[in-house]
Write a protein that binds this ligand. Structure first.
Ligand code: 9WN
Length: 431
């Protein structure tokens, strides 16, 4: 049966409107605050029919940037009032951020803001668009400077993450090895209460041991006063993630364009772009396996024992040449991402020994990654593959609505329902 895309576009708009709180979009009861890359993704969807709201979403987010330039993973607009774990009291970040206003968490997410800002500009009237860019540009520049100053100690263009939440792809099996290094035996972990599994069944969320590890990292950050140099020494999880760095490349490209529009020199973002692309290819790409791997800085080693989309998201961001793209897609087929047996794209490959089709990032299909992969595949002319992704994704929307993620075997929703980020990315993809 033909899917009525227009009907779903109207529904998607209603989902966004129903989640709008006046200055940002509430994601769900499960995630009742404003999130890092989600806010940028919301900006993309809002820009297709209500660019003013898109602008407000990003302005709200960037208004809470830390003085050191960091754009936090979560802005707790309602403080501790809404139940989310870990909330501001666990992060203790407000003692160190030097920033007024609502508290925030003390880590980051993939830097998709410049991409959103450029898109929003394109949808605004000329004068308003320029004003928006003029306002946003120095803030975006500060954000990227933070990443290259604090998170790129070798000055080689590769930015590291220090918590799985910073990748956005939280419990991929790729992160298991560095996480297992976290010693939970010697020192009792101060107690905490999870909130996520009050909304979503345990089997769809990360296991408890992961939350213990996530919490241990959060505690380590504030014990080190959010001093990045100290954290870098102490933290067992310091990873150069190819997906994060690919998004950074795309954001740098957007920043170069923005700099040109507002008549600033684009020297810095252009240099960053060149360096990061080069370093990704030199250090994270395996010519033998035809894919990227994350790099574990604590073990000076590639994290090459699992098969997940982190290997291929660098099709986004203009990181690879046509030949590489061709072999990466070939490998994706071999690893059953496009198999007719299931919906495309599982986040962790069905061939991986940790593939769990109902558990969060260990198998489920996510609109976030489907969108990134569709963008990347389109850039290299794999339009048939893009159509395959869209067909499966839209079929799931038709059957179940805008969900956070879906079981690729059965299509069953495995996360939040009526999820505005899923609706937003659908609006962007169909625009
Ligand atoms: C932790 C908000 C976020 C997304 C992440 C997704 C999930 C949070 C959580 O929800 O992570 O950041 O509590 O599980 O993994 O990608 O940004 O939608």
């Amino acid at each position: 049966m033909e899917i009525d895309i227009n009907k779903h576009i109207q529904k998607a708009k209603r989902t966004l409107i129903g989640s709008w709180l006046g200055n940002y979009t509430k994601l769900s009861d499960l995630y009742p605050h404003q999130w890092g890359w989600d806010a940028a993704f919301m900006g993309l969807g809002w820009s297709t029919f209500a660019p003013q709201k898109a602008k407000t979403e990003i302005k709200t987010q960037l208004a809470h940037q830390w003085p050191n330039g960091m754009v936090p993973q979560i802005i707790f607009h309602a403080g501790e009032a809404l139940n989310y774990y870990p909330g501001p009291n666990r992060w203790q970040a407000h003692h160190y951020s030097g920033q007024d206003g609502p508290p925030t968490s003390g880590c980051i997410q993939p830097p998709m803001q410049a991409v959103a800002v450029l898109r929003i500009y394109q949808q605004l009237d000329y004068e308003e668009g320029r004003q928006f860019l003029t306002w946003a540009y120095p803030r975006l520049l500060q954000w990227h400077r933070y990443l290259y100053r604090e998170r790129c100690p070798d000055d080689d263009g590769l930015v590291y993450v220090r918590h799985p939440w910073e990748t956005g792809l939280d419990n991929l099996p790729d992160w298991d090895k560095p996480l297992e290094r976290i010693d939970l035996s010697t020192q009792a972990l101060p107690s905490y209460q999870r909130e996520d599994n009050k909304h979503i069944t345990d089997k769809h969320r990360p296991d408890h041991i992961y939350y213990d590890r996530y919490t241990r990292l959060v505690d380590l950050f504030y014990h080190n006063n959010y001093d990045e140099e100290k954290i870098r020494k102490e933290c067992p999880f310091i990873v150069e993630d190819p997906a994060f760095n690919a998004m950074l490349c795309e954001a740098n490209t957007a920043l170069v364009t923005i700099a040109n529009i507002v008549n600033r020199t684009a020297y810095e973002p252009r240099q960053w772009l060149k360096q990061t692309r080069q370093a990704m290819n030199n250090k994270l790409y395996s010519a033998e396996d035809k894919r990227f791997y994350a790099y574990d800085r604590k073990n000076s080693d590639l994290l090459d024992s699992h098969e997940s989309l982190v290997g291929y998201i660098p099709l986004y961001g203009g990181v690879v040449d046509n030949e590489q793209a061709e072999s990466m897609v070939k490998r994706m087929k071999e690893k059953e991402y496009f198999s007719d047996q299931r919906y495309a794209l599982a986040t962790t490959s069905p061939t991986d020994n940790k593939y769990t089709p109902q558990n969060y990032w260990r198998g489920p299909l996510w609109p976030f990654t489907n969108w990134l992969m569709a963008q990347g595949l389109h850039d290299y002319g794999f339009d048939q593959k893009v159509r395959r992704i869209e067909n499966d994704w839209y079929k799931l929307i038709d059957q179940h609505g805008f969900c956070e993620n879906y079981n690729p075997e059965t299509g069953e929703p495995t996360g939040a329902y009526d999820f505005p980020v899923a609706a937003s990315l659908f609006l962007e993809q169909t625009h």
